[in-house]
Design a protein around this ligand. Structure first.
Ligand SMILES: CC(=O)[C@@H](O)[C@H](O)COP(=O)(O)O
Ligand SMILES: NCC(=O)COP(=O)(O)O
Length: 237
């Protein structure tokens, strides 16, 4: 079984657009867990354009499934994660002005930095994942950082599969086989959706977790959030 972690950034985007508390982020997290989601993902960005740093603390007592916090490990982010102690931290090399995450780590170039930051999280009992492109040498580099897991950056797969190119899965399958051989756990995310999740899951051996936000929230506008969570759960069995 692959766990579904629902990324609730978009709920915070909607809330912030009016400056009040509608929709209520904490209530949404409670509800998606009640509907069966096995995790909640948030990705606070330094400009707090959606998830605010205060949200990270407010969600902590409410997330009884897996709490996954994603972000660029600048000092402010690291300190917050160490205070909150989520189940998992996913390190993403975001530029401050990026509209959304658009690349994985260069795990070779940034090895020393990643080794240090991963050690700090693991010493505090927090599982680590690092966001990587589907490139074999980057997966090997990830192993050398000491991380527990990788998160495969799935934007290229989602885009090309959407154009009808099933071969787009190939580098992901190869990286998953290597990660399994190296003893790295495998997560995945970015632009996964009801259109591509089944095919992705079928082709990735031992896929532990997917984090899905943009498409899942968009699909729920038409189909309802409880229904959509259950549609994903059926595909991820
Ligand atoms: C790492 C990743 O792919 C997602 O967390 C994505 O970056 C979502 O962030 P936004 O909601 O800010 O686009
Ligand atoms: N780690 C990926 C994530 O949390 C959600 O990405 P997306 O579904 O919003 O593209």
């Amino acid at each position: 079984m692959t766990k579904l972690s629902v990324n609730i950034n978009k709920i915070a985007t909607l809330r912030n657009s009016r400056g009040g508390d509608v929709p209520n982020l904490v209530q949404f997290a409670r509800d998606v867990q009640k509907f069966g989601a096995q995790g909640i993902t948030i990705h606070p960005r330094p400009d707090e354009r959606h998830i605010r740093y205060q949200d990270v603390y407010d969600l902590k007592p409410e997330v009884y499934t897996e709490y996954n916090i994603e972000g660029n490990p600048i000092r402010q982010f690291v300190d917050m994660v160490l205070k909150v102690k989520p189940t998992q931290v996913t390190l993403v090399p975001d530029a401050d002005d990026a509209i959304t995450s658009n690349a994985g780590w260069d795990t070779i170039k940034h090895k020393d930095f990643l080794v240090d930051v991963i050690k700090e999280f693991k010493q505090n009992g927090i599982r680590t994942a690092i966001f990587v492109d589907p490139i074999l040498k980057q997966v090997e580099g990830a192993k050398a950082t000491g991380t527990d897991r990788i998160e495969l950056y799935t934007e290229a797969f989602a885009h090309n599969y959407g154009l009808g190119n099933e071969m787009a899965i190939k580098p992901y399958t190869e990286c998953a086989v290597l990660a399994n051989a190296l003893g790295l756990g495998i997560n995945a995310g970015h632009d996964l959706s009801l259109d591509n999740i089944k095919f992705f899951k079928q082709n990735i051996p031992d896929l532990l977790e997917v984090s899905i936000g943009h498409a899942l929230i968009s699909e729920s506008l038409y189909l309802g959030i409880e229904n959509v969570v259950n549609m994903y759960l059926r595909q991820l069995k």
